[in-house]
Design a protein around this ligand. Structure first.
Ligand code: FE2
Ligand code: FE2
Ligand code: FE2
Ligand code: FE2
Length: 404
């Protein structure tokens, strides 16, 4: 399978930014600004040799905090409030978890080893793993510099006073937090007008100019690894649904094989299943995890996740079909579903399959507040829904056969 690498990167960046915003309060588009800043600093230092180098830097920049949902869930029982008070000495854990995710992504063209692992190292050795500047490869230093400055100052809105503050901050910590060479390069960039292009209404176009473009191709097993990594990020957003996306992905693949799909199509269905709820990264955690019954407004807010799945995936050229399968998982054949209220004649086989599997998975998975429902009981509910014209009767029958 072939898809537009930069498109995937920018799409994922949006979802990951929402998590970082939730946890650390950093402004939206942070990942994109870290990517742009790291490339600009690297270029100024002559540290970027080719397009592959730029892709590596941008991929690692966007992904630097990809393990935050998992980290907060594992270490703080899902409490972002407690996690926000984490000590600097705890920093290393999300770096290790992030490194594990990076190793699952299909970056066969370049070596991403240790880049995310060392994104919180300081030049003087006071960072997460005590590495000094000379022990940290340059790409990690570029990302650390870009990340720290953007998180502290939000470079999307620069003015003379803020530039002066940033300048003083960098000078103060040059040689301490920041390697001197990177610090000097960013200081020289502050004198240029180019940083005004980091503003929110400009950042996409700016990053598009900076990135070399080009497609990335994936074998079916690589696509499955990639999807599994993202399923993990999504599922950890709420500790209620820890195995939800991965469960649907596996069942979609099983059903695809039952229908005689080849390995490529089966992997694409796995991908659609794994990312169907990526829009949940945008939804407020408080609503996602509210123990009581949701009011009308909150229910509408949660429903937006399917629209956001559409918004995120539809930015990527080459993922058009998968986007439909993934983002129509709450549509019903009688037109009562969401987000688009599509009807039977607008819903293809794989969209119908994911709609059935989403319900089946939700019923049969264990959650902190409910035990898992046995297969037969879940099938009764699916059968009722197919009789009332909401789900595809043949697919419901097949699910009963295959997943029993
Ligand atoms: Fe981080
Ligand atoms: Fe960050
Ligand atoms: Fe959903
Ligand atoms: Fe779902």
């Amino acid at each position: 399978m072939n898809f537009d690498f930069d498109g995937v990167l920018l799409a994922l960046s949006f979802a990951l930014d929402c998590v970082e915003h939730d946890l650390l309060g950093v402004e939206t588009n942070h990942g994109k600004r870290v990517a742009a800043l790291a490339i600009l600093i690297g270029d100024r230092l002559g540290a970027i040799s080719d397009g592959g180098d730029k892709q590596l830097l941008s991929a690692c920049s966007v992904m630097h905090d990809c393990a935050l949902t998992e980290y907060v869930s594992e270490e703080f029982g899902g409490s972002f409030e407690r996690a926000a008070k984490m000590l600097p000495s705890d920093m290393g854990k999300h770096c290790i978890m992030g490194e594990e995710i990076m190793q699952l992504l299909p970056f066969q063209y370049f070596d991403v080893k240790n880049v995310v692992l060392y994104h919180h190292e300081n030049a003087d050795g006071s960072g997460a793993f005590g590495k000094k500047a000379e022990e940290i490869p340059q790409k990690e230093r570029l990302i650390q510099m870009a990340d720290t400055v953007d998180a502290a100052f939000d470079t999307s809105s620069l003015n003379d006073a803020k530039i002066q503050e940033i300048r003083e901050y960098i000078c103060k910590y040059s040689g301490e937090f920041f390697a001197k060479s990177e610090a000097d390069a960013l200081l020289s960039l502050l004198d240029d007008d180019i940083l005004s292009r980091l503003a929110n209404d400009n950042i996409d176009a700016f990053l598009n100019e900076l990135l070399p473009g080009g497609n990335i191709s994936c074998t079916p097993p690589q696509l499955v690894d990639f999807a599994s990594a993202f399923a993990k990020i999504i599922d950890y957003k709420s500790h209620f649904t820890r195995n939800h996306s991965i469960g649907i992905a596996q069942k979609a693949m099983k059903m695809a094989r039952f229908y005689g799909a080849d390995e490529e199509l089966a992997a694409e269905l796995y991908f659609a299943g794994a990312l169907h709820d990526i829009g949940k990264l945008v939804v407020d955690r408080a609503v996602l995890e509210k123990p009581d019954k949701l009011n009308a407004g909150e229910y509408l807010h949660i429903q937006k996740h399917a629209y956001y799945t559409h918004k995120i995936l539809s930015q990527v050229k080459g993922l058009e079909e998968i986007t439909k399968w993934a983002s129509h998982h709450h549509e019903k054949l009688d037109g009562t579903g969401y987000p688009f209220g599509l009807k039977a004649n607008q819903l293809g086989k794989w969209e119908r399959l994911l709609a059935c599997l989403d319900i089946y998975q939700a019923l049969t998975e264990e959650r902190p507040y409910k035990a898992s429902m046995p297969h037969d009981k879940a099938m009764e509910i699916l059968n009722d829904m197919s009789k009332s014209g909401k789900l595809d009767a043949q697919i419901v029958e097949d699910i009963d056969k295959v997943l029993a």
